[in-house]
Design a protein around this ligand. Structure first.
Ligand code: 1PZ
Length: 210
């Protein structure tokens, strides 16, 4: 990681998703490398630091799950093999299983994608509308009432769009050309990933069957 990448987290996130998309292309359908995937997901954690104290709990939850995948990737090389092992052990839905953590983390990536899309399409400087739409679309259907209420309250404590970009060392005046391009790159590269990495359809089928 070069120092310019460290200074510009969006660039680093975009680069790691780009790499991951390239890795995905080389591999047979679905056989995503677990180390590459979890490494890219851990780069996303930096965004939480910019969202303020209200999202500390989300950060802890996300980071713990990514760390589990990072550890697991040392002995299990692909995401499908992690899922396969959990199926064999009947632990797919068990709290803390690699498969369950993978699904949560994947939702986190979806959340980032939708959030960035929404940041680009919503007018004005507030992050709350963008974040609310993204949360409603990605996580709310899977969260109970208590968590949904806490998240809704936390939304009021979010920084503004320009504050967020400033914290990310992008232009503090709003969406600069540069950060705009990086947001688009993240959005673009996370698309093919979602299709290929986790073979989610198959995964959902198996979950539903249980
Ligand atoms: C800029 C706006 C940001 C809004 C971020 C909203 C993020 C969602 C907040 C979620 C609160 C987390 C509460 C923990 C929920 C856990 O119960 C579940 C299930 O865990 P399990 O039972 O399997 O152990 N965990 C999750 O659903 C994963 C939550 C990860 C949140 C990642 C969000 C990434 C978004 C980044 C935005 C920059």
């Amino acid at each position: 990681m070069g120092s310019s990448e460290a200074e510009k987290p969006l660039r680093r996130i975009a680069a790691s998703f780009e790499e991951l998309a390239a890795v995905a292309k080389q591999q047979p359908a679905g056989a995503m490398d677990a180390g590459a995937f979890s490494g890219a997901c851990s780069n996303v954690s930096v965004l939480f630091g910019c969202l303020g104290i209200a999202f500390k709990f989300a950060e802890m939850d996300y980071v713990a799950k990514v760390n589990d995948l990072v550890e697991a990737s040392k002995t299990i090389s692909t995401l499908p093999s992690m899922v396969e092992l959990d199926i064999q052990n009947d632990t797919v839905r068990k709290a803390g299983s690699h498969t369950r953590n993978m699904l949560r983390v994947k939702r986190g990536i979806d959340m980032v994608k939708v959030l960035f899309e929404q940041i680009l399409v919503t007018e004005g400087n507030s992050l709350r509308d963008a974040a609310s739409v993204a949360y409603a679309q990605v996580f709310a259907p899977h969260h109970g009432r208590a968590i949904r209420m806490a998240v809704a309250a936390g939304m009021y404590a979010l920084p503004s769009k320009s504050q967020l970009l400033k914290k990310l060392n992008e232009d503090g005046e709003g969406l600069s050309k540069g950060s705009n391009a990086e947001l688009r790159q993240i959005i673009g590269t996370s698309n093919p990933l979602r299709g290929r990495t986790i073979y989610l359809k198959e995964f959902r089928h198996r979950l539903v069957k249980r």
